[in-house]
Design a protein. Sequence first.
Length: 282
Amino acid sequence: MQDQFKDKIRTKLERGRRRRKRRRRPHLKRGIYLLPNLFTTGSLFAGFYAIIAAIQMDFWWASLAILVSIVFDGLDGAVARLTKSSSPFGIQYDSLCDFAAFGIAPAILIYNWALAPFGRIGWLAVFIFAACSALRLARFNAFTQTLGPTADFRGLPTPAAAGMIASWVFLAEHYELGRLAPDTLQGPSSYLLAIMAYTLAFLMVSTVRYTSFKDLGGRLQRPFRVLVGAVLALFVAAAVPQVVAFVVISAYTVSGPLLHLRRARRLGKTAAAPEPLEADSG
């Protein structure tokens, strides 16, 4: 009788443990959010087209496709935040698409456009650019999972690095700057392009902080004159989009190191400032 009673108690305890384990299992959603992932797929499509166009030596369309991919990449994040449809699947899918569109596509573009004749220097530059873009995306995912969304980026975002290369190629191809430059400047300009690829790769994996522009809803409430200035800016962008794209992306790329130096100066001044002397009491 005692053994039967003990067996009943054991079976009840085991059933209770199984029920608790079933309750603790996380409920996985079977569906995915359609709208933001469609924009992410559009970014991947534009990046894939840029790779095909760069292989076919159609550099104007390749650079334009990378810039279009940047627009789609910004839209998918904005739509996900507005509709509150962010998900772990979307984060991973976005990173994979970003690596193809902003890591592989610009590397192939810049290599076929100018760096192929330089052999090892050329393909090492584009490889380091692609590798640093992958490292930058992996670090971003790790920080997002542990710390959540932050107010700024740590390191140059991969779309900005890809946009820097694409906007320069887009500007040079549209205005045929390569034909206007003499043959003696073709070599040095290509070396400068390789140095730019190395510099962008370093900025992507650095700890330099960049503005994210994610939470600008409250700060965008400005007077009427700001709206007039925005309309004029859109007019200039529509008139010369090649120049505006290059200037805007270049300014954003340079803003990170400049703000970093500014913060370092402030910290140096506060550290070097003498402490105020306490007044003698009595």
